[in-house]
Design a protein around this ligand. Structure first.
Ligand code: ZN
Length: 138
């Protein structure tokens, strides 16, 4: 008498298929978790757009570029010493709009930066007027 039930695949084959399905499901869940984590980061932080960064001749990759998003950076002004935060928005502006050096970080508070800029402009002015007084520049 002949067996009419379709032949089941051998047990090892069945196990292999089951394992494949299990692994595919785990991979899908992992990918979904990764997407959710990325969305979560994008909701809480400004993302780095490497295409907008200014040109630099470095082989290294700055930490914020590697990370892919900005985080607020607390620091103390090197001039007056008060505690400051270099915000994500300020960083994005500096690196991506002003095309500032990707290795540069904020070291002075805004009033001190303004004062320093004015001091340098005045020093340059004094220097150039001194040169022209000596007749070295017309
Ligand atoms: Zn300061």
């Amino acid at each position: 008498m002949k067996d009419r039930t379709p032949a089941r695949p051998p047990v090892l084959e069945r196990r292999r298929l089951k394992r494949g399905a299990r692994e595919a499901k785990a991979a899908r869940e992992q990918a979904r978790d990764r997407r959710e984590a990325l969305r979560d980061i994008a909701n809480r932080h400004l993302l780095v757009n490497p295409a907008n960064l200014g040109p630099n001749n470095s082989y290294g990759v700055p930490e914020f570029v590697q990370r892919g998003y900005y985080v607020d950076i607390p620091f103390h002004c090197k001039s007056c010493g008060i505690a400051q935060v270099w915000t994500e928005r300020q960083q994005k502006w500096w690196y991506e709009s002003a095309k500032g050096d990707v290795w540069a970080v904020a070291v002075m508070c805004r009033p001190c930066r303004r004062r320093e800029r004015a001091r340098r402009a005045e020093a340059r002015e004094t220097h150039l007027s001194g040169l022209s007084a000596k007749g070295k520049v017309q």
